[in-house]
Write a protein that binds this ligand. Structure first.
Ligand SMILES: Nc1ncnc2c1ncn2[C@@H]1O[C@H](COP(=O)(O)OP(=O)(O)OP(=O)(O)O)[C@@H](O)[C@H]1O
Ligand SMILES: [Mg+2]
Length: 317
């Protein structure tokens, strides 16, 4: 697995609750050797501007440093360790797959068809069983314990390529269902929350419509509102815009960008590289159930390491 870090390397790092100390050789004309950074605000916002300030005037690559410094950071909301999944018939959808995702991080997953992207997302919320390895969501192991699985289902919202709204329920009823059944809200509270969510995704005027009366983009925004109604800590998006007409892609991506800016932890399978560049903290390129390369969107756009990555990007860009 290749990890970016062409421009510099972090020789060592120490991290406690509020301070990160990194030692870096030969950066820029003044050759900074050791940096002490108060990471409390960074942890909350993943704010790149803090790094920009620190490196003002130096010849370095801020995003890469940010990624390198934080890739092992402690506050991991998703910890996936060495998972494998083989489907009946022998297809190895995931092979020794490991990653950690920080709270508030936006990760984009790219890769050719059949590389295991959907399987990975489905494993994260327990829709698919893994054969080996472990998954932990916000400290809860996704194991055989039924309560753990229920808890994880609540914390992980998912939006699919096809919207999967209930056709016989109105927009409001589609959203209310989760609030009433899963979050056990009173009727009044459920309606109030639903309306807030519909406003958030910019579709409050369609509250009494049925899914068939909405455009694809509108249905997908309702699907996002429905997933948010569970008040999840993590949102998974599996090609949420790829079934949409081009003019509707933007409106759904806008909702996703808004969520990202609000600090939602997001794992998004998407080929929307503009989205990746604008909001992702990290891009994972996978093939045949394995991670081929990980880095910032900028790394992938400007100078990916692996030949396989270059070939794939040349096909989708
Ligand atoms: N339920 C299943 N039974 C058998 N094989 C499956 C099943 N689901 C997925 N697979 C196989 O596992 C592999 C990974 O599938 P997956 O859907 O995760 O790929 P993907 O990267 O999401 O592809 P795409 O970009 O086409 O959506 C594929 O070879 C697929 O055919
Ligand atoms: Mg898929």
């Amino acid at each position: 697995m290749a990890v970016c870090g062409r421009i510099f390397e972090i020789v060592s790092r120490r991290c406690n609750d509020n301070q990160l100390v990194v030692t870096i050789p030969n950066i820029g004309p003044r050759s900074i050797q050791r940096l002490c950074i108060n990471i409390t605000p960074l942890r909350k916002s993943h704010d790149l501007r803090q790094f920009h300030k620190l490196f003002l005037g130096h010849d370095t690559d801020i995003e890469e440093l940010f990624y390198m410094a934080f890739k092992d950071e402690g506050d991991n909301i998703i910890v996936v360790d060495n998972i494998s999944k083989t489907f009946p018939g022998g297809v190895k959808a995931l092979v020794d797959f490991s990653t950690k995702i920080h709270r508030g991080e936006v990760v984009v997953i790219i890769g050719p068809s059949g590389s295991g992207k959907s399987t990975f997302l489905r494993c994260l919320n327990g829709l698919e069983e893994i054969d080996s390895g472990t998954i932990e969501i916000d400290g809860i192991p996704l194991d055989d314990n039924k309560n753990n699985r229920l808890e994880i289902r609540k914390e992980v919202g998912m939006v699919f390529q096809l919207f999967n709204l209930f056709p016989h329920l109105t927009v409001l009823e589609n959203i209310n269902l989760a609030l009433r059944r899963v979050r056990k809200k009173s009727k009044e509270e459920a309606i109030r929350t639903s309306m807030n969510l519909l406003e958030k995704v910019g579709i409050a005027e369609k509250v009494d419509n049925y899914p068939s009366q909405l455009s694809g983009g509108q249905q997908q925004r309702v699907a996002i509102a429905r997933a948010l109604a569970m008040m999840p800590k993590i949102m998974l998006f599996d090609e949420a815009t790829s079934a949409l007409d081009p003019e509707m892609i933007g409106e759904v991506l806008d909702v996703m960008k808004k969520l990202a800016r609000e600090g939602m932890t997001m794992v998004c399978v998407t080929h929307e590289m503009g989205f990746a560049r604008e909001v992702s903290d990290r891009v994972i390129f996978m093939e045949a159930g394995r991670i081929v390369e990980v880095g910032t969107a900028k790394h992938f756009f400007t100078d990916p390491n692996e030949e396989r990555t270059k070939l794939f990007l040349s096909q989708i860009l």
